[in-house]
Design a protein around this ligand. Structure first.
Ligand code: PLP
Length: 340
């Protein structure tokens, strides 16, 4: 039994999802003629109360397209210092859109409206034009923390006051909603654009949907084509996304419960130097000097458990659709047995 806790992207499509993919009606989506893609886009947009959606191959692409549409070269994007758009998209914001990041030191990945406001540049020729704030919920690198609804409303108000667009990197937005009890419509009302990943906790093999107004999505469609993300019979993938939205949202609380058990197990180990609170499906902890991270990961690997290094002495575990209670039991006993 291989237990893969490296990411919630490692899941395989379930039999029901595969069936939905096999039987999907498809067409050429670059011509806008794939009924399943159109259905996924409409369904996701309606869920969040946005006008339109755009199906893309990845969450990196939906973020990069949104940033491209919201900004002009030379602009500044306000984001938290740990954010995916800054760390994990290959420098794409500068490469694709010629913009720079204004980094906020948040509280476990979360900014406040006051911090956002403080980063808005005054209107001088020599300062970059601030045009966008990008929020990540949940915040991956900060351990899967989520925003409270007041903060999101305040950030959106601050953005509107300063005429900034407000984008949500919602790669794990459904994890955030499962934990916070907020609704998709509340979330939708706080952002001009939203990237929703289908291939993380929702368990689809690939794909993200970008949401926004009709005119925003019309521009985004052009950019998607330029970035090489215009797919043809993409309905087979979109069908997996529709299936995931219908069947895999409510079960996310199971992932969170299992992550909590892992977090509690880790907390009781004698060689843990620090650990981030686990609020959703991510467990991040740092080992003390008595056990090198390579040795720790090797001991897990020897028992068939894959985890990922997330810093010099730091490890990340992520629970997901393919991580069962049996695997949880095994992982807990293996973790307890790792001695220094
Ligand atoms: C995974 C992820 C993305 C998108 O990643 P892709 O692998 O390109 O789909 C974006 N933001 C966050 C926070 C993520 O965790």
């Amino acid at each position: 039994m291989i237990i893969d806790l490296r990411s919630d992207t490692v899941t395989r499509p379930t039999p029901g999802m595969l069936e939905a993919m096999f039987s999907a009606p498809v067409g050429d989506d670059v011509f806008g003629e794939d009924p399943t893609v159109n259905a996924l886009e409409a369904k996701t947009a309606a869920l969040f109360g946005h006008e339109a959606g755009l199906f893309c191959p990845s969450g990196t692409m939906t973020n990069q397209i949104a940033i491209n549409v919201h900004t002009r070269p030379g602009d500044e994007v306000i984001c938290e210092q740990n954010s995916h758009i800054y760390h994990y998209e290959g420098g794409g914001i500068s490469r694709n859109s010629g913009v720079q990041a204004r980094l906020v030191e948040g509280n476990r990945g979360r900014m406040t409206a006051a911090q956002v406001t403080a980063c808005v540049n005054a209107n001088f020729d020599w300062l970059a034009r601030t045009s966008l704030v990008s929020v990540e919920n949940t915040a991956n690198r900060a351990g899967g923390s989520y925003y409270d609804s007041e903060t999101l409303v305040q950030i959106y108000q601050a953005a509107q006051q300063h005429k900034l667009a407000c984008h949500l990197d919602g790669a794990r937005i459904f994890n955030a909603l499962a934990a916070s009890g907020q609704t998709t419509l509340q979330t939708g009302a706080c952002f001009d654009s939203i990237s929703v990943c289908l291939s993380k906790g929702l368990g689809a093999p690939a794909g993200s949907v970008l949401l926004g107004s009709r005119s925003f999505i019309a521009q985004a469609r052009r950019v998607r084509k330029v970035f090489g993300g215009g797919m043809r019979q993409a309905g087979y993938m979109a069908a997996a996304g529709i299936y995931a939205l219908d069947h895999h949202i409510n079960r996310l609380t199971d992932d969170h419960k299992r992550a909590t058990v892992l977090a509690e197990t880790v907390a009781a180990l004698p060689y843990i130097k620090s650990q981030l609170p686990t609020e959703t499906n991510i467990v991040i902890f740092t080992l003390d000097e008595r056990i090198p991270v390579e040795a720790f990961l090797q001991k897990l690997a020897g028992e068939g458990i894959k985890a990922v290094q997330f810093g010099p002495q730091t490890v990340r575990l992520v629970t997901h659709l393919d991580f069962t209670d049996n695997m949880l039991d095994k992982t807990v006993s293996v973790l307890k047995a790792v001695a220094v």
